[in-house]
Design a protein. Structure first.
Length: 90
C-alpha cells in the first residue's frame, strides 16, 4: 500500500469517527446522559476529522449555535487543507 493510500485511509477513518462522535453526543444530550467533552469533539477535528465533524454538526443539528464549533471547525478545515497543499507541493 502506498503512503497516499495510508493517508487516505487515515482521513476516511478519522472523519467517520468524528461524524459518529457528534451523533453519539447528540443522542446522549437528548437522553440527559454523560456527554463527550467539547475538547474531544474539537480534538478529533484537529486530528484530521474536520469534514466529518462539520457534517456531523449539520446532520445531527449539534453544537450549531456554539461559535467555538460553527467558526472553529471551518478554520480547522482550512488549516488542514493548507497543510495538505503545502505537503503535496513540497
Amino acid at each position: 500500500m502506498t503512503t497516499f493510500a495510508y493517508c487516505a485511509l487515515y482521513l476516511l477513518l478519522v472523519n467517520l469517527i468524528a461524524f459518529v462522535l457528534y451523533g453519539v453526543d447528540k443522542r446522549r444530550a437528548r437522553q440527559g446522559r454523560w456527554r463527550i467533552s467539547e475538547s474531544t469533539l474539537l480534538g478529533i477535528a484537529l486530528l484530521g476529522g474536520a469534514i466529518g465533524a462539520m457534517v456531523g454538526m449539520k446532520v445531527f443539528h449539534h453544537k450549531t449555535k456554539h461559535k467555538k464549533f460553527s467558526l472553529g471547525l471551518p478554520v480547522i478545515f482550512v488549516l488542514e487543507m493548507a497543510l495538505v497543499l503545502y505537503i503535496s507541493l513540497r
